[in-house]
Design a protein around this ligand. Sequence first.
Ligand SMILES: [Zn+2]
Length: 144
Amino acid sequence: MFDVFVGEVHCPGCGSAMRANIQTYVRADDADGSSLVVGTSLDPKQLTSGRLVRLAYTQIAEPKDGTIRILDVWPCTQCNTDQWAMTTITDARVQSIEAVKLTQPIFERANFISDINGDILAEAISKEPGMPTVEVLRKNLPPG
Ligand SMILES: [Zn+2]
């Protein structure tokens, strides 16, 4: 089971105002399909890096100052593309959900990326097989 981060965004692909639905496993066994909108409080005990990595995320950088930024995809039903979003959690509250173009600077701002979606993208853009996902993305994402 999973929950869903829900944010009002503009699709970077087609520009439409959309409601982004982003599957998330941050609540693990407590997940019940809830909509986690901006302002939702989460359990800080569930947001440790070790736990997030075990659940569904690849770590890019250790979170600092109580802020956790997570990259994951959402489907734009207007232009039928998968788009990226950055969910920011500050002091265990959902602070913002933004649609983003996944560039190097955006990637370097994030702490975690969906392990499945990060691996899929890394496989698609990798130039050297066998390199870890974070390294592939760091090297091969567009500079912005
Ligand atoms: Zn779109």
